[in-house]
Ligand binder design. Structure first.
Ligand code: F6P
Length: 326
């Protein structure tokens, strides 16, 4: 890409996450500040393939920084997985003269952007927008903090009722195959056990620990389970009831509640910083990277690397869980 970029476009793709609107706002306003035309693409790659693209103004993003969801809407698009679909997407960008694309989403969105930029002459910048926090190379993903805070509020409430009835609650949180929402919300609510996909769960160990708690009459227990782990909440509750019939067990699956709501201050801030940086990347010719924040500084990680590497959970986190949850 040698031509000067004068028009850029932004889309949100995959599962929505609180703070996506703040990121869109930052992209639009930074682009306009630098004299660029900024275009919004509706429903992620689906809108790109269909040509559902419109010009945005500063006022298009007024009054959205505090709103969850995404004003550009989002989708998971099968056609973009095909070469023909991506060709249509490219033609639609070329028709308008758009010279750079900013894609806000998770690892699937990054895979799409990486493939697209490798096949066509269109620089892509990724912004990590996912509640799952499953992208390596950034301390934050847009939406994770809000999702965790939502989970924490819910778990605190469940502990009140668990305590009143001497019950055990198995609470399932989202995260696909990442355990970060479970880990953070579980530690922050003093959960007695946290099960995450990154560590294989040993059912005998879980039962032994619960039986030991029974012996010392500790009947109020919170177990936080990540949805992608060895056991789902319903399955685990059945095993507990079979093994310890005297323990009352209830299940709560928090589900999509974790995806909605007003973004926290942290999510609004990181989204604003990342959106601003994405535009700067395009102007400075730093192409086909995603914008991350590491140790409070902006980092630019090649999309190619991002799609290969998953965030891992350090052993220290797991040790903390074990020590604190006795
Ligand atoms: O990636 C975000 C996420 O909310 C995951 O935590 C979850 O597994 C998935 O999306 C749910 O997807 P859908 O909204 O399509 O049911």
């Amino acid at each position: 890409m040698t031509q000067k970029i004068t028009k850029i476009a932004v889309l949100t793709s995959g599962g929505d996450s609180p703070g996506m609107n703040a990121a869109i706002r930052a992209v639009v306003r930074t682009g306009i500040y630098y004299g660029l035309e900024v275009y919004g693409i509706m429903r992620g790659y689906a809108g790109l393939v269909e040509g559902d693209i419109f010009k945005m103004e500063s006022k298009s993003v007024a009054n959205i920084i505090q709103r969850g969801g995404t004003i550009l809407k989002t989708a998971r698009c099968k056609e973009f997985h095909t070469k023909e679909g991506r060709q249509k997407a490219y033609d639609n960008l070329r028709k308008i003269g758009i010279g750079g694309l900013i894609a806000i989403g998770g690892d699937g969105t990054f895979r799409g952007a990486q493939l697209f930029s490798s096949e066509f002459d269109i620089p892509c910048i990724g912004l990590p927008g996912t509640i799952d926090k499953d992208i390596d190379g950034t301390d934050f993903t847009i939406g994770f903090d809000t999702a965790v805070n939502t989970a924490v509020q819910a778990i605190d409430r469940l502990r009140d009722t668990a305590d009143a009835h001497d019950r055990l609650f198995v609470i399932e949180v989202m995260g696909r195959d990442s355990g970060y929402i479970a880990l953070h919300s579980g530690i922050a609510t003093g959960a007695e056990n946290i099960l995450i996909p990154e560590k294989k769960s040993d059912i005998n160990e879980i039962m032994a620990s619960l039986q030991e708690k029974q012996r010392r009459k500790k009947l109020v227990n919170i177990i936080v389970v990540a949805e992608g782990g060895t056991y789902g909440a319903v399955e685990l509750s059945k095993v507990i009831t079979e093994n310890i019939p005297e323990q009352e067990v209830r299940v709560c699956i928090l589900g999509h509640i974790q995806r909605g709501g007003a973004p926290t201050c942290l999510d609004r801030l990181i989204a604003s910083r990342m959106g601003y940086s994405a535009v700067e990347c395009l102007l400075e010719g730093r192409y086909n990277v995603f914008v991350g924040i590491l140790n409070n500084s902006m980092h630019y990680i090649p999309l190619e690397k991002a799609v290969k590497q998953k965030q891992t959970v350090s052993d220290e986190w797991l040790k903390i869980v074990k020590i604190l949850a006795s």
